[in-house]
Unconditional design. Sequence first.
Length: 586
Amino acid sequence: MPAEFEVWAPDAKTVAVELTDQTLPMTPRGDGWWHAPRSVTEPGDRPVDYGFLIDEEGPFPDPCSRHQPNGVHAKSRTFDPGEHVWQDGAWTGRQLAGSTIYELHLGTFTPEGTLDAAVGRLAHLASIGVDFVELLPVNAFNGTHNWGYDGVLWYAVHEGYGGPAAYQRFVDACHQAGIGVIQDVVYNHLGPSGNYLPKFGPYLNEAGDTGWGSSLNLDGPQSDPVRRYILDNALMWLGDYHVDGLRLDAVHALRDDHALHLLEELATEVDVLSATCGRPLSLIAESDLNDPRLITPRDTGGYGLTGQWSDDFHHAVHVAVSGETMGYYADFEPLGALAKVLTHGFFHDGTFSSFRGRTHGRPIDTARMPTWRLVVGNQNHDQIGNRATGDRLSATLDAGQLAIAATLTLLGPFTPMLFMGEEWGASTPWQFFTSHPEPELGEAVRTGRIGEFARMGWDPALVPDPQDPATFTRSVLDWDELSQPAHARLLGFYQALARLRRSRPDFTDPRFGRVAVDFDENERWLRLRRGDTEVLVNLGTEARQVPTDAPALLASFAAAGDAVRARTPTTVLLAAHSVAVLGTPE
């Protein structure tokens, strides 16, 4: 337990810490920080509930609270992360290179919706070759359930998931199962309820709105402690909780004109921690800028992050398998868009975007950049949940099309990321859900959601009510589906792809120069060549002759029947909506 309470409140005239039965005045340190010794009347090292009084207003929870057992409006509770006896001493970590990520939301991953319940599914994740589990944000938010992006106390684990002790147990169990943990963190905005940071100091940049709320004060007056607040939070997850990496939400919304950008500063400090603890630590950025400077090493002018998402991959695969071309999908209508993404990483790399009405992105130096630095998926929480009805690909595509998307993701050149349930073609949607206790806030979210989709051309009547508890319960995975033949068949193919990815070096080769694509726009087939191994896909509704140089069939999947209908020395007759993987047998 800390020897004293401390808090940053640079503009306050008086600060005190309120305990259960006493209030301790705090002393200014001269740099905006206030402190008060722990009272000798407190009971040893037992957890203590406390809150801060700022100019006699409050009490407010600690901005650095580790535990909020009674919600984000209540007092904080002390938590000592050092009390957990870690069992992961043999864990040496995992590199992002060559790995597979599995993205999940704790509240809907299992019926129980807890960290401890998720531990019971680790053997399933191992069976599909998962190297990292990526948790959607777990920080404390108001209400019982939401996506996690409305967090207001970044240092605390949501009590409904089990709180901080359960989080430690989860990470420990993952490591013992040989699986790393990536934590999704949100540093670009805070949620709408329970955000008391402005009571303490100039945490927010009121002039910079991200679309989800005020941005953080990263470069204005008194911004140094705000930056430190973020940096220390990142180091907390990686240090105290043994997390192996962070997924940084929407870094394009980080408004920072500081000469040393926050992302570069964060990457530098994380590299120091990695050297100290002796295991690799990864930083993965979500960005819609298509800017490879994020993942360019610092010694050549980049920020030095480990990886970044490529939405272009998702869009190109989605259009190829579904034929949907509305909104931002319009740019990706030609099959050539998918071919370019597979060989260049981005489709928009300084080229014109008709959806944006301007040029977008910049090219990747494919001679120097390893392919694994781009993290890709054919489905994820954003691309499913931000559809009007939260429908997965499985809602409209047949099993063959799902298998094509899976193969391009898992055997393509980039770091694959699966979204929970896609491996068996889950029939449950993943919808946008909230549980704001404030009626006016709930109504604002409800009407805002309907208005947003109306502007995009969706029928407002189809949009589920985010505040309706049924919207949340509909989104919970149904694990009983695994016993059904169609779902089990698709899961078996995912497991076969995982074995191929791990056994054949071609599928983890990081060189763009070892990736080649042939395709026929009219006949809707594509051949992806990775070294001496080939992936053939038929996106069309009729069987097609597809060229190949590979001698043996390694794996295949079709919507119905056999994928390979006939073979000549130089071609394969591939069934409609099917995929085949060919290469030299081992």
